[in-house]
Design a protein around this ligand. Sequence first.
Ligand code: C5P
Length: 400
Amino acid sequence: MERDPKTIVVGVTGGIAAYKTCELVRGLVKRGHRVKVVMTEAATRFVTPLTFRTLTSEPVTVSMWADAPDARIHHISLAEEADVVVIAPCTANVIAKLAHGRADDMLTTTALASEAPLVVAPAMNVHMWRKPVTAGNVATLRARGAVIVEQVSGELACGDVGEGRLAPVEVILEAVEAELVRVRDLAGLRVLVTAGGTREPIDPVRFIGNRSSGKTGFAIAEEAARRGARVSLVTGPSALPDPFGCEVVRVETALQMRAAVLARATDADIIIMSAAVADFRPAIVASDKIKKADAPETIALERNPDILAELGARDDIRAVLVGFAAETTDVETNARGKLAAKGCHLVVANDVSDPTLGFGTDENRVLFVTAAGTERMDVLAKRAIARELLDRTAALVRSR
Ligand code: C5P
């Protein structure tokens, strides 16, 4: 089948897993892509440039100072040509350099100069991976929109056991393909996302809140922005930093969230309500801190407005509406009920009875419930859930 050849820049860094990059490169070539390999000096200790040159029929670049094949400034031309930059394996050292914008060799210079999506497949010793400094660098890359292809657990070359092994080549291939498809598929769309839990004050220091961390909503906002959407994120208090490239509105209460959402809702093409909005608020908020001796036996509550149901009932809102349903029993039935009751197009349902998933964790197992049916997903990283959700939501927008 004839297809547009895409240019994939494959960065190889100095880890034992570099031998697996030969398979990755073969796979990309087989799929009809033009593959240009850039190696760090350290990588050449594990695999020779000749191997990649033979597999790709393209020159392999290691040094900044060799003559450019087409006499242009080579790192810039490579960076511009790339439809996707994938670095596999990526060592802790190169992750650190990428996170801090260092550009002291051909690979990091190309990555810094490129506007293309960046796919990073880390591989390293488990202790290096678990160091907070590495975790922080990985988080920085993620926050800027890089796709991190999660490592897998198993026996490492050094004899240690744990996470650190390069993800399987097929998984990296799929991540690259997904980026080729997703590149800016939400361009021109306005996406409004809510995240986190609301806090309903009792007095100036106390509140009623919930355990939502905001991770899912932040991941959705970040991913939507990376795919070209104009994103507004309205979030309850969350420890997470502002996602890159989004308008971020930080609120406290359900009423504040409602106001921020309604102000943006009529312009939106997609509204994703992942926030855990408190259903009730204290009817009276004390203006001074309540003294222990004066503490009431009970706190009278009043209902908060249901923001999603309100959006679903309005005629002037044309957005595809996505709701979330955290359930402990009859997950699918309850989610389907919410789909109808709140007038939304898709409900993301999850079972919050499993303490290892959901609130505050990085993973979740969700169902996507629409009028057309239910899809049960495996346990996925919240970032992967964000991608899958946006794929489906974008399809709903296109089908209208
Ligand atoms: O009814 P329940 O709270 O389970 O519904 C959850 C969904 O409704 C979520 O999408 C949440 O953001 C939204 N919601 C809302 N306003 C509320 C309560 C929930 O928009 N007051």
